[in-house]
Design a protein around this ligand. Sequence first.
Ligand code: G6P
Length: 367
Amino acid sequence: ARIEKAGHKHFMAKEIAEQPTVIGEALSYYLSGDGRRIVLPDPGLDFSAYDRVVMVACGTAYFACFAAKYWFEKVARLPVEIDVASEFRYREPPVSPRTLAIFVSQSGETADTLAALRYMKGKAATIASVVNVPESSIARESDVALPILAGVEVGVASTKAFSCQLTVLALLALEAARARGTINDAALDDHLTSLRTLPGIMTRALDLDETLNEVSQALSEATDVLFLGRGQMYPIAHEGALKLKEISYIHAEAYASGELKHGPIALIDAHMPVIVFAPHDALFEKTVSNMQEVMARGGKVLLVSDRVGLEIASEGVWRTVQMPEVPDFLAPIVYAIPAQLIAYHTAVAKGTDVDQPRNLAKSVTVE
Ligand code: G6P
């Protein structure tokens, strides 16, 4: 069937709006009927057999790997190495048979990712892939292919595929934790209960569309934007910077909040907006103190946080965006929405070709 924009101005807007639905579909695919168990498609993965995970991808899919690293290491106590596919293979990483290699790709055809997969196939590792196109080369050449069920993604800048990749990787991390005995039944149950509420929370985050549109009008005047995050928000800062670069052509960079003082703080002035992703979690106070370093140097901060976070830290901030409350574990998935909508509205304000940005291709099948 032909894919239409369904009343949206761009495919990207449609695909952002579809996220609650497609995440719901991914969750029903990977959860048992009662929603209380994770069920992987055959032949499944035996996480008790691995002592190490390597995750390899390009572009947005790489930032999904980056976010997943925090989950796997935290809940499953599995060391995770991540790399971009174009670097991975050439540094000839050592591989043991107890390694699980996970390749993440929307298209399943990215040449660098496929080449990295083939490099790993020559080793003894188990090859899994997290893909949107089940018939793709990457899916076919994997021992285990895990679909993300995002549906066809037309916009060159990946959105719904990213959040579905995150959802599937979060489920995999929990399955790894269960198989390795690093999580107890009650905690796993809590995580699965909150995952089932994810489509609803995503819908509430999408309700911020108008607020984010207003903020983006101001951002569209900028020539440089800095994104900050700490812990599991750091990969989302990267994804926000990538999205903004891709479609608005504004130079953007992401930094770990705590690393700001080691260089980029020299860039701070009143002209470069600094976007801070900081839900009120265990690292909040630390991020806020980094944010205050920015404000003390005349920087203008856009703080994306929740009600409690904004109550504590709004003073002196240029703009705020109030996100819904989110269970900590799921925050990266929900905070992807403001990252996407900021890029989208900024690009629309600048009048760029949102769905087909210059110089970019949806799927890069050359190395
Ligand atoms: C291209 C696209 C990006 C995408 C990347 C990886 O650069 O423009 O949006 O994230 O390829 O694509 P894949 O299909 O492997 O996820």
